[in-house]
Ligand binder design. Structure first.
Ligand SMILES: C[S@@+](CC[C@H](N)C(=O)[O-])C[C@H]1O[C@@H](n2cnc3c(N)ncnc32)[C@H](O)[C@@H]1O
Ligand code: SF4
Length: 385
């Protein structure tokens, strides 16, 4: 079978530590003032990989993603040990994509060659902004210069790299964002992730926002910023293939496509999520979030799983719809019908088409339009109802 025909199977590995907590971030990331015992974590990752592969063997790994937290705080030897454990317990495709998320500081960029030797072949850098005032406001530990230097080092070390920017930041104008994006595109090779700032409950930004001390763009301005994003990226050959992800032709992040296309993936490490088909049913799996509690569970039981739910047909189909409609390629309604045991309601499809929120392609695929993307949640809710 060729790579295109083989079912995709991803392995996600979560490194849960950061040097400091950014005030907007609600990911499972923790700051520790003492040293982290990487040997102990590496052993626990290997153990959880072994247990997961025993349960879901016979797959060929097409992508691996080391995410965080800040995986670029791991020593290259730790990354190597994780990749070796994956290769010991699963077959790994010759053309496997191995991405590591990195923060763009000079200390971390110095490890890029070591990561490459360990088997990483793609990095995703959290640049976030290209002006120092915004970076300071976002609580980042790097300057724009430092971030661009890290991008240059990534370019030398890896054939493939991407970086993240956050937009719809306080006081950001469409004009300023367009210039920032033009600069970013000059530095980006093939892939950019462009996220609108979201205000997450429990973060310092949430409190500031609620108190009126942090003003984010209203709906109209947010829409204008989104439109600028599509226009500038489209003009430079980096159209959106997913609501927040832009790539040149053929340069999509294969690992993230696993999530959005509803394929299987294993989640390893504290707070990791997985979706595995076992005995003909899809299971939604999640591990213990707290790093030290996860370690103890793995050492005692061989895994850190705290949630292991069988998804019903409808839940599975709704998830397929929710994830698949984020993609520009959309979904195959026949696959939805096979999963759900019923078709999507043709009257709802007709109505959403009339409103211009969705389109149906000649081959029958259903996709959200440029106009529909800003109201994606409502479109999905309507279709799934
Ligand atoms: C889990 S973070 C890990 C990346 C890495 N630790 C870093 O910060 O560079 C992945 C990405 O999510 C995005 N992100 C996190 N919180 C966000 C928020 N509240 N709004 C928009 N984007 C956010 C950032 O762009 C970040 O690079
Ligand atoms: S944005 Fe990245 S560096 Fe900042 S707290 Fe979240 S995971 Fe850590």
């Amino acid at each position: 079978m060729t790579g295109a025909e083989r079912p995709a199977f991803g392995v996600y590995v979560h490194w849960p530590f950061c040097l400091s907590k950014c005030p907007y971030c609600d990911f499972n990331s923790h700051v520790r003032h003492g040293a982290i015992d990487e040997h102990r974590f590496a052993r626990a990752f290997a153990r959880e990989i072994e247990t997961t592969a025993a349960r879901a063997g016979g797959r060929e790994v097409s992508s691996i993603f080391l995410g965080g937290g800040t995986p670029s705080l791991m020593r290259p030897e730790t990354v190597g040990a994780v990749l070796d454990a994956i290769a010991k317990h699963w077959r790994v495709a010759d053309d496997v994509e191995v991405t590591l998320e990195a923060n763009p500081t000079s200390v971390e960029a110095a490890r890029f060659a070591g990561y490459r030797s360990a088997g990483v072949n793609r990095v995703s850098l959290g640049v976030q902004a290209l002006d120092d005032a915004s970076l300071k406001q976002l609580g980042r530990l790097h300057t724009a210069r430092e971030a661009l230097d890290a991008v240059a080092i990534a370019r030398k070390a890896f054939a493939r790299y991407s970086f993240d920017l956050i937009y719809a930041r306080p006081d950001q104008t469409p004009h300023a964002w367009a210039s920032e994006l033009e600069l970013a595109i000059k530095e980006a090779a093939e892939h950019l992730s462009l996220y609108q700032l979201t205000i997450e409950e429990g973060t310092p930004f949430f409190g500031l926002h609620a108190a009126g001390k942090l003003k984010t763009p209203d709906e109209l301005l947010a829409r204008a910023l989104y439109d600028v994003t599509q226009e500038v990226c489209g003009r430079h050959g980096l159209p959106a293939y997913e609501i927040s992800n832009h790539a040149r032709k053929g340069a999509q992040c294969r690992h993230n496509l696993v999530y959005w296309r509803g394929d299987e993936y294993a989640g390893i490490g504290p707070g990791a999520h997985g979706r595995l088909d076992i005995n003909g049913t899809r299971r939604a799996i999640a591990t213990e979030k707290r790093p030290e509690a996860w370690l103890m569970r793995v050492e005692a039981n061989g895994h850190g799983i705290v949630t292991d739910d069988v998804l019903s047909r409808v839940e599975r189909a709704d998830e397929f719809l929710l994830m698949g409609l984020r993609l520009a390629e959309g979904i195959d309604p026949k696959r939805y019908a096979a999963l759900a045991g019923r078709s999507l309601d043709p009257r709802r499809i007709a109505l959403l088409r009339e409103e211009g929120a969705i389109a149906v392609e000649a081959d029958g695929r259903l996709r959200v339009t440029q106009a529909g993307f800003p109201v994606l949640d409502a479109v999905v809710a309507d279709l799934a109802a």
